[in-house]
Design a binder for this molecule. Structure first.
Ligand SMILES: [Ca+2]
Length: 218
């Protein structure tokens, strides 16, 4: 394995020796850019607390992105790549975590927030999300699929404890589904400009679009 970023305190990247020239790490005022110049697999990126990491460029597969975040801090991982495939993003620690997928495809991949904190995930307009698995964990989290995001396959959302907000597009593209595993009364689902409480949904008072499945609801 090759290790990159040893001279930059906030990040470490390991990847197969033969792929070492597929990634460049650039320190910017706004954070650290992990520039993927050729498609690459089996990368491990670890970001320290309070950091902003932008993964930019070509496809990344079978990789892990771990952001540490201590209480009072916020750590951000943003993806501006063509595709994230079969990869896992994990935010560890009691600080806030922000994961933004700004471009490309997010395929068979997961986002997991480990500790109690106010975390957010956002899939931008035009991003294709297929078979994603998202676990907000404890804390009041916000999970957003922006208008015109493309939803394919089965996307499983676990909100966890806390007053969570799931924002979904009124104008959804793609034939996929959103499956919410653990909606509770205090959660909110927004669809476009409309906002519905978990309580009303669980009481059967809301007719959600058919692409949204609430587990445990008849
Ligand atoms: Ca939560």
């Amino acid at each position: 394995m090759a290790t990159l970023g040893q001279d930059i305190p906030d990040i470490e990247v390991t990847l197969p020796e033969e792929a070492a020239d597929s990634i460049e790490i650039v320190e910017l005022d706004s954070g650290i850019e992990v520039a993927v110049t050729k498609k690459v697999s089996d990368v491990k990126v670890t970001s320290e607390t309070g950091s902003t990491t932008a993964v930019v460029g070509k496809k990344v597969a079978t990789s892990t992105f771990t952001a540490k975040t201590e209480k009072g801090d916020s750590s951000t991982v943003a993806f501006n790549t063509t595709k994230i495939n079969e990869s896992d993003i994990v935010v560890k620690g009691k600080g806030d975590g922000v994961v933004n997928v700004n471009t490309g495809r997010f395929n068979n991949s997961s986002v997991t927030f480990k500790k109690k904190s106010a975390d957010s995930v956002q899939f931008n307009n035009g991003v294709e999300v297929r078979n994603a698995s998202i676990d907000g964990g404890k804390g009041a989290d916000t999970i957003t699929f922006k208008e015109n995001s493309i939803i394919k396959g089965r996307n499983e959302i676990t909100l966890g404890k806390g007053r969570d907000v799931l924002e979904l597009p009124a104008n959804k593209i793609g034939k996929g589904s959103i499956v919410v595993t653990d909606l509770s009364k205090k959660d909110t689902i927004k669809i476009g400009d409309d906002s519905f409480s978990g309580k009303d949904i669980l009481n059967g008072e809301v007719e959600l679009p058919s692409y949204i499945e609430i587990q445990g609801l008849d």
